[in-house]
Design a protein around this ligand. Structure first.
Ligand SMILES: Cc1ncc(COP(=O)(O)O)c(C=O)c1O
Length: 386
């Protein structure tokens, strides 16, 4: 018998390597930097939510739930969407509970994208989109958002559309730029898509983080878009429990039926006690209705401190990210600047170029303010030295 040997495999994702997020987090730990690179809270969730999940476990709700999700959570999600955005999804046939938004987006893509289909993404964009499209055998068509303002360029989107375009992925409120699409922009998108067979994957994981009275415009609130959309959200973001990985997809019955075919043989079901706990917790809308106020205060605390530095903040209309223009401080490329900032100043940030294929330099870094006030203050006192 020959020596034990692991057969080689041809990579399905040959271009995926170590991401800048992993690199920056490792560097932050090594340098004992305040990590404002990580896109998640360093504070705990509401103890009532933990109690609700614990109670569900104690009640013995620990076995497989229905494939599409616990009915009470689907019903609560449908009611929430209807109350906020005015569109009634049928919890039985149009709402599915997923293992976070990441799985929701992958499953949405896998259920509708065939080899040779094109999917439009608007750069800068969340890092899972392109590999997801590639896994489905699709072609990623990248359209830049307008540099620095990050508004959608509808002429460029229209020019990128072809008879092979199967879907477009839109993310508002937007990671990393912290912009929020206006109703006029969503209506323009609708006008562009209506004459076509193009589906919309609407990544709305930051739907409850919008500031200064700005309203989130969900694809579900525009009937022409709702009819062709997978609307994705994440309880992890909304309730400060990113590690729980529970999300939702709302989509018309015909789209949901195809979605569930893939979901069934991918994750099958999402953990039961979390779903029951979330369903009970959702009975009170205050936690998500108060979220803008909660994060707006943190954003403003952070902005006040940034005003004492040579970093120039861009406007944050939504999400828990704050982009800063560092051109008054350094002419380094973004990735090098962020590494320098982590090593020399002790604050970790993420280069915006990481959200573009092949990079794109604008002298902008992304900082996350979903942190305890004391964490933000410590970071600000370090940044003030710049
Ligand atoms: C734009 C965007 N979409 C999706 C996700 C993933 O959400 P989840 O943790 O629910 O999978 C994130 C998380 O950072 C995100 O920023």
């Amino acid at each position: 018998m020959s020596a034990a040997r692991t057969p080689t495999i041809k990579s399905r994702l040959p271009n995926v390597g170590t991401t800048i997020f992993t690199v920056m987090s490792a560097l932050a730990t090594e340098c004992r930097a305040v990590n404002l690179g990580q896109g998640f809270p360093d504070f705990d969730c509401d103890p009532k939510l933990v109690d609700a999940v614990t109670q569900a476990m104690r009640e013995g709700l620990n076995q497989y739930p229905p494939m599409a999700g616990v009915p009470a959570l689907r019903e609560a999600t449908a009611a929430k969407i209807e109350a906020l955005y005015g569109h009634r999804y049928d919890p039985g046939s149009e709402i599915t509970i997923t293992a976070g938004a990441t799985q929701a987006i992958l499953t949405a893509i896998l259920c509708c994208v065939h080899p040779g289909d094109e999917v439009i993404v608007l750069e800068p964009c969340y890092d899972s989109y392109a590999p997801n499209i590639e896994l489905a055998g699709g072609t990623v068509v990248r359209v830049p958002l307008t540099p620095r303002t990050f508004r959608p360029d509808f002429d460029a989107i229209a020019a990128a559309m072809s008879p092979r375009t199967r879907a477009i992925i839109v993310n508002s409120p937007h990671n990393p730029s912290a912009t929020v699409w206006t109703r006029a922009e969503m209506l323009k998108l609708a006008a562009l898509l209506v004459p076509t067979e193009v589906l919309l994957i609407s990544d709305e994981v930051y739907e409850h983080m919008v500031y200064d009275g700005v309203q989130h415009v969900s694809a579900s609130s525009i009937p022409e878009l709702a009819a062709r959309s997978f609307v994705v959200s994440s309880f992890g973001k909304t309730f400060h429990v990113t590690g729980w990985k529970v999300g939702t997809v709302a989509a018309p019955a015909a789209l949901t039926a195809e979605f569930r075919k893939v979901h069934q043989f991918n994750v099958f079901t999402v953990n039961t006690p979390m779903q029951h706990g979330l369903a009970r917790y959702l009975a009170d809308p205050a936690p998500y209705l108060n979220l803008p106020e909660f994060y707006e205060r943190k954003r403003d605390l952070f902005l006040e401190g940034l005003a004492q530095t040579r970093l120039k903040p861009l406007r944050t209309a939504g999400t828990y990210f704050q982009c800063v223009d560092y051109s008054a401080v350094s002419s380094l490329p973004e990735a090098e600047f962020c590494q320098w900032l982590t090593r020399e100043v002790g604050v970790a940030a993420i280069p915006l170029s990481a959200f573009y294929e092949g990079g794109f330099e604008q002298g902008i870094a992304r900082l996350c303010f979903a942190k305890k006030d004391e964490t933000l203050r410590e970071a600000l006192s370090r940044l003030a030295r710049l």
